[in-house]
Structure formats: structure tokens, C-alpha cells
Design a protein around this ligand. Structure first.
Ligand SMILES: Cc1ncc(COP(=O)(O)O)c(C=O)c1O
Length: 630
């Protein structure tokens, strides 16, 4: 290996992708390529139809085409499509624009859009291989890609593309429920396999032990019977299966899952977050201790990598340590990570060979290749440890339509041990050819039925073009984090804003967040209540969102959220204090309304253009403040 090729000296000039060539661009800069390629792909499809049995005669004849109603139908088609286009242009949200500083959106990848558009004409249905022989294998490849990105062994794990993060979370908890209850079913059917284990022991087996037990049950020919005697056949029995522990910051899809899976909201235990909006691991340990004392098992613990509201990364390494410690004491639980938002950011930590880099090596590399340009300490060692610990989870939700920059609807899940698939499998003879092959007959092992093969094609194409490591996705994710950091710094350093004779202050929720969401709030500089402050920020949101009419017309667009004392405790206290709100006032009002900017764009970070961009944002903000306070 020449020096140039060594890992430390990865040649930047040989980086596989240039970010500017990946997107259409805020001003359709890459439209020429996009249109040419789209045209080519449409031609390809047209030829495909023509070339399929050239001897078959055309059905739509020139004579039919001369019919008056034929032309009328096409005229009406044109009218409708023009109307559609007008509607789309009039009121769609311009995610592509750097004026958009709201939800988890930005421009999407050209390759994914083209792949999706091309594939949709073939209309594959990934429910089963029979209806998607081109795109089901792509979905399998995407699953392997997720595995590598998340640190799982691609040979032993399994993953696939879901509709969204919500479905990915449902699938994880569905699996956890069936897994947890299997030993109970087996006890009813063949207790001799269990070597005298009592119910408490059976409900506290590590995931791997339950999967081994399933293998044993299969060998003994009692799997089906035991499975039917578990939650699969008997219903949930949640009273005995125990609690699902989630952080207060969980996405509401998990709350919905509790309902749908029959867990029941009262069996969902919310853990308080700390001042950095991480699930408080001390509280988690106390909660587990309390449950264990009462002999209440823990069905699952869920942590979040990229919280929906703040983008924070739960302390995965601490949670994994905690699980290891409890396992030594005979207590275990299924561990799911909801990385629907943050999953792709693990790419930043993998070198060009997909190896998780050492801390110093990684920090050096992300700066060398320009993925992160700031001189700051990002990522902290702690954050690095948390990303490193991700593969210890039993499953991970990861959404391509968030940080994967894929068009909707594309979620994803990776499951560490593919043996678990049997626990959520359903076989339909008319759809599936091969009962044994659960890996490509998706419909038999996933929550959904019919599903667009075009989605899998879009994710697959993006993954083939952009390595899921620091040289590919790492570059995009890094730029987004960099942009967010610069934005947070600018907000943080803005002392006073004078608008129309009135002075305002503004404060980020966290000056150095873990990821790329910046929450912030404005306040009048002097003498104000939290209620008045909330009102001000609500008005700003109303003026910078769909609420003020077509978002197209706004100077800039943002999103918002509300942090209340019931969910967040005193975590937002330090923040409101910086905005001149007393502790007493915080407790009296009990909630703070914040503006929320998920900065996904790779375009904001550029150091040389950032000052001008920030000046523009400042101008927008001042105009908005003027508008809402006059
Ligand atoms: C952390 C987290 N999990 C799950 C979801 C649900 O994803 P989806 O909207 O794709 O269903 C979201 C959505 O924002 C999320 O932020």
C-alpha cells in the first residue's frame, strides 16, 4: 500500500462524491443533467414496453387516436396536470431553499429522485419477490447497508425499508413483544427445555438467549405450538410482560405503538431528561431498580439518537453499560434505538472501509475532508462513545427520508439478529412461494403489505452512489452539523436586536447541541412575562409558516415546538433564565414556546459564504419582529 493510500492519508481529491453534484440545487443549478437523465430513463421505459414481444400488435391504433374523445381526454389530462402543477407551485413548502429552516427537510438527492421516477413506471410491489424481482433484492441490499452503517454484522442481521419511522418503531416493539413472551409460551408447551426456570427468569432472558431457545424449540419440533401459546396466540398479556421504558423526548410514534400493540399507555414509563435533553440515565437506573423490586419485568428500553424536538443523542454507551450490569444480576430487556432522525449521522464515524474510527483519527479526518470545518470540539468523546455503542442495540430505526435525503416515504429498520424475523412472520400461500425464505418475501415478515418498490430503488441508488461513511454521507451530514453549529453560534452571540425602537434578546436552547437542530426563542429585552414571551414567539412562527398563507411568500420559514414542565421538568429552566425569565415565572407558566430549525441543508456551512447568509437571516428575523410587534 502506498502512503497515499493509507487510511490516515485518504486523498481528498479522490473523494467519491462532490456534494454540489448530488442535489438539483436551490436554484435548479443541476437541471440540465436532471432533465437529460430523466428523459433518458423515460425513453428506456418506453423502449422496454416496445421491445417486450415486438411481435405483439399495438392496442391503441392510429384510428383510435383520431377519435375526438381521444383528443378530448388528452386535453383534459393536460388541464388537470397544469392545475396540479399550479397547486404544487402555489402552496408547497420550498424545502430546497436555504430560507427553509424548519422541519427535518431539505433538498433531496437527484439520484434518488431519478431512481424513484424511473421505477414508478415499472410499478414494482415489494410485498413479495414475485411482484418485485428487480426491487426486492434492492431492499435487501439497503438492509445490509443499514447494518454496516449501524455496526451490525450484515450476515447475521436483517434490515429493510419501511414506509417511515413510525412503522419502523412499530415493527421493533412488535418484535420485542413477541420475543419477550416466547419463553412463557414455551413453558406452557414444553417446560423441560427450560431447565426449571421460573417466570421471572424467563422474562429476563437476554435477547440472544431467547433466540437460542427458539432454535432449541424448533429442533424439538415445538416452536409453532409454543409460539401460539405466547403473546402471538394468546394476546398481549401485558400485565405480565412488563413495562416499556422510553425517554420523555420519545417520538409519539412509540406512544401510538403502545396503543396498537396493546401495551397500554400505563405500561409506558417515561424517563425524565437531563439539562442536555438526554434520557437521564440515573433516573433510568432508579426506575429499573424500582420495577425489579416489585418484580415487574422490563419489556424494552428505547433510546433516541436524534430527538425529534432537539436533535439530541441519548447516552447510548451508558444505557448499554447499564444493561450489561443488570444482565449480570439476572435482569434484561430488549433494547431498541429510535435513530429515525440521527441514524445516517453514524456515517461521519466510519472510514472509507466502513470501519468505526478511533476518536482522534475521526476528528482529524472529518476536518481534513471538509465534512466538518469548525475548529470546535465536535464531536465530543462522549458523543463518539455513544455512536460506537449503537450496535449493542437489538434493533435500530433509521429513516432515509430524513438524514438520508431520500424523497418520501422511506423509513428503515435494522435488526441485529435475523433469527428474530420468525417472531413476526405471517405466511400467505397465495402471495409467497417459499415459506422458508423470509428474507425477500417482505410481506411475510413486515408490518406493511403492498409497498412501493420505487422507494427501495431510490434508497438503493443513493446508497450505491454515496458511501455510507465519512467519504459519502459523512460529507453531507457533516456539513449540516457544521451549518447548524454556525447558526447556533450566531444566535448565541447575538446580544441585543434593535427593531423599531424596541430591544429584543434571542437565545438558543443549547449553544452546542449534539446534532443539527437549533431551538431558540426571542424575548423583549426588558420586563416581560413568560406568557408574553411565548406569545411573541408564537407570532413569529405564525408569520414564518403556512399559518401566514402560502409559505412560498415568506421571507424565511421555520417550525416550532413547546417544551412543558410536565414532560421536560426543569430541563428548559437554564434556557428561559437566560431570556430574563425567573424560576418562579417558569414554574407559574410551565411551558416555553420555541422556534425550531432543523438544519439539513449542506449549503449553509460554507465558511466564506456563511457571514453573508447569516446577515440575510438576521434581516429576515428583524423584518419578522417588526411585523409581529407593530
Ligand atoms: C426520532 C423520531 N422517531 C420517529 C419519527 C417518525 O418518523 P416518521 O414521521 O417518518 O413516521 C420521527 C419523526 O420526526 C422522529 O423524529
Amino acid at each position: 500500500m502506498s502512503k497515499k493510500e493509507t487510511k490516515e492519508e485518504y486523498p481528498v481529491e479522490e473523494m467519491p462524491v462532490k456534494v454540489e453534484a448530488l442535489f438539483m440545487g436551490p436554484k435548479s443549478e443541476n437541471q440540465k443533467y436532471f432533465k437529460e437523465m430523466l428523459d433518458f430513463l423515460m425513453d428506456e421505459h418506453i423502449h422496454w414496453r416496445r421491445d417486450f414481444h415486438p411481435e405483439d400488435r399495438a392496442v391503441v391504433t392510429p384510428e383510435e387516436m383520431r377519435d375526438k374523445r381521444f383528443q378530448k381526454t388528452l386535453d383534459r389530462t393536460t388541464e388537470i396536470l397544469l392545475e396540479l402543477s399550479a397547486k404544487l407551485k402555489n402552496s408547497s413548502t420550498p424545502w430546497f431553499s436555504t430560507r427553509y429552516l424548519g422541519h427535518m427537510n431539505s433538498d433531496t438527492l437527484m439520484v434518488a429522485n431519478l431512481a424513484y421516477m424511473a421505477t414508478v413506471l415499472y410499478n414494482p410491489n415489494n410485498v413479495t419477490y414475485e411482484s418485485s424481482s428487480a426491487t426486492s433484492p434492492m431492499e435487501i441490499e439497503c438492509g445490509r447497508d443499514f447494518a454496516v452503517l449501524l455496526g451490525y454484522d450484515p450476515e447475521r442481521s436483517w434490515g429493510h425499508v419501511t414506509t417511515d419511522g413510525t412503522v419502523a418503531n412499530y415493527e421493533a416493539l412488535w418484535l420485542a413483544r413477541n420475543l419477550k413472551s416466547f419463553p412463557i409460551g414455551l413453558k406452557k408447551v414444553k417446560p423441560s427445555i427450560l431447565r426449571g426456570m421460573d417466570e421471572w427468569q424467563l422474562l429476563n432472558l437476554p435477547t440472544k438467549d431467547v433466540l437460542d431457545m427458539i432454535d432449541t424449540a424448533k429442533k424439538a419440533g415445538v416452536f409453532e405450538e409454543a409460539f401460539e401459546a405466547s403473546a402471538r396466540g394468546e394476546g398481549t398479556g401485558y400485565g405480565t410482560l412488563g413495562k416499556v421504558i422510553v425517554p420523555q423526548t420519545k417520538h409519539y410514534s412509540l406512544t401510538k405503538a403502545a396503543d396498537i400493540l396493546g401495551i397500554g399507555q400505563k405500561n409506558f414509563v417515561n424517563i425524565q431528561v437531563d439539562s442536555r435533553f438526554h434520557m437521564d440515565v440515573g433516573s433510568l437506573a432508579k426506575t429499573i431498580d424500582g420495577l425489579v423490586k416489585q418484580k415487574i419485568p422490563i419489556l424494552a428500553v428505547v433510546a433516541v439518537v436524534g430527538t425529534t424536538e432537539e436533535g439530541q443523542i441519548d447516552e447510548i454507551s451508558e444505557i448499554v453499560k447499564l444493561r450489561d450490569e443488570y444482565e449480570k444480576k439476572g435482569v434484561s430487556f430488549y433494547f431498541h434505538i429510535d435513530a429515525a432522525y440521527g441514524g445516517y449521522s453514524r456515517a461521519l464515524y466510519l472510514d472509507e472501509n466502513n470501519r468505526f474510527m478511533d476518536y482522534e483519527e475521526m476528528k482529524k479526518k472529518i476536518r481534513k475532508i471538509g465534512a466538518v470545518t469548525s475548529g470546535s470540539d465536535y464531536p465530543t468523546k462522549k458523543l463518539w462513545e455513544d455512536y460506537r455503542a449503537i450496535p449493542a442495540a437489538d434493533s435500530v430505526a433509521i429513516d432515509p427520508h430524513k438524514m438520508g435525503y431520500i424523497p418520501y416515504a422511506a423509513g428503515g429498520i435494522a435488526i441485529k439478529d435475523k433469527r428474530a424475523l420468525g417472531l413476526i412472520s405471517y405466511y400467505a400461500a397465495y402471495v409467497f412461494d417459499n415459506k422458508g425464505d423470509l428474507s425477500t418475501n417482505f410481506g411475510s415478515v413486515i408490518l406493511e403489505g403492498s409497498k412501493a418498490g420505487a422507494t427501495a430503488a431510490a434508497v438503493w441508488a443513493a446508497h450505491r452512489l454515496i458511501p455510507l461513511n465519512v467519504t459519502g454521507y459523512g460529507q453531507i451530514v457533516g456539513r449540516s452539523i457544521d451549518g447548524a453549529e454556525q447558526f447556533a453560534k450566531s444566535v448565541n452571540s447575538m446580544r441585543t436586536l434593535e427593531v423599531g425602537g424596541e430591544e429584543f434578546v434571542v437565545q438558543p436552547l443549547l449553544a452546542n447541541p449534539d446534532f443539527n437542530i437549533i431551538c431558540y426563542a426571542f424575548n423583549f429585552k426588558t420586563g416581560t412575562s413568560l406568557k408574553k414571551m411565548n406569545n411573541l414567539n408564537q407570532k413569529i412562527y405564525d408569520a414564518t409558516s403556512y399559518k401566514s398563507g402560502p409559505v412560498y411568500a415568506d421571507d424565511w420559514i421555520t417550525s416550532k415546538t413547546e417544551l412543558n414542565i410536565k414532560d421536560y421538568g426543569d430541563a428548559p429552566l437554564a434556557f428561559v433564565k437566560k431570556l430574563g425569565i425567573s424560576e418562579k415565572e417558569w414554574h407559574r407558566t410551565g411551558k416555553v414556546y420555541v422556534l425550531r430549525s432543523c438544519i439539513l441543508h449542506p449549503w449553509i456551512a460554507n465558511r466564506s459564504t456563511y457571514p453573508a447568509r447569516w446577515a440575510k437571516y438576521l434581516e429576515f428575523m428583524k423584518r419578522t419582529l417588526q411585523k409581529v410587534t407593530k
